[in-house]
Design a protein around this ligand. Sequence first.
Ligand SMILES: Cc1cc2nc3c(=O)[nH]c(=O)nc-3n(C[C@H](O)[C@H](O)[C@H](O)COP(=O)(O)OP(=O)(O)OC[C@H]3O[C@@H](n4cnc5c(N)ncnc54)[C@H](O)[C@@H]3O)c2cc1C
Length: 226
Amino acid sequence: MTEDRSFDTDVIIIGGGPAGSTLGCYLAMNGYQAVILERDIHPREHVGESLVPSANKMLEEIGFFDKMDYHGFIRKPGASWTSYKGTTAGPELLIRFKDSPQPGINQDYTYHVDRSRFDSLLLKHASEQGVKVVQGANVLRVNFDENERAAGVTVRVVDTEFDLRSRYVIDASGRRGLLGKQLGLTWSEGGRGRSPSTRGSPRWAWWWRRPSSTRPGRTTRHSSTS
Ligand SMILES: Cc1cc2nc3c(=O)[nH]c(=O)nc-3n(C[C@H](O)[C@H](O)[C@H](O)COP(=O)(O)OP(=O)(O)OC[C@H]3O[C@@H](n4cnc5c(N)ncnc54)[C@H](O)[C@@H]3O)c2cc1C
């Protein structure tokens, strides 16, 4: 779409996680030039491996859903929540997706994914749809024009900093929240140390702790049924 030479691309997407890759696919499928600038080099570790069925629709639309079985991701027909170590001190919450069909979702399952592989494959898929993907590209800031409209970014690749101009800038930097921080729009709920933290566990694969001001120290293990 870009014909105006003052732009390097139609859309700059900051971050090559699932949001950035998926949006890049939609843009490329609709004829827009998009560039994904990803700070890390994939595959990189990430939490968030338990997908929900509502994501199926987007993965289908961008032509990735059919690749999930091929790449060996585990089908997940539901989810259960128990207390830490799998004990059921309280009632276990069990959800089977087939019992709660959702409009527009064609399957009664979704997937449990290794996020490093999933994100990496999704980013590759975006590249295959025509999105330019640059990894190891750390966006330092979003640049605004005289009308206070986002008009590009300053990015650092290795030791070199340069500007890229675009019609639109999308911040898909996840919890980093690049634009929110730049504009001073972020705040910390409960202050330092209140963000979720991951813990490895050889027996139970992993668990994570969600700090809560009302229930301090409460832990949650999220597991899937299969
Ligand atoms: C403890 C925990 C458990 C979770 N469990 C689940 C779960 O079970 N299921 C689920 O669906 N979700 C889960 N989530 C949420 C899930 O991780 C996020 O919703 C998901 O990763 C968001 O994807 P995203 O693409 O928006 O961001 P991300 O996946 O975080 O991707 C953002 C990308 O932007 C890049 N980036 C950041 N800053 C810059 C920069 N300045 N320049 C260039 N690139 C940059 C990062 O390297 C990263 O690759 C969990 C989250 C946490 C914290």
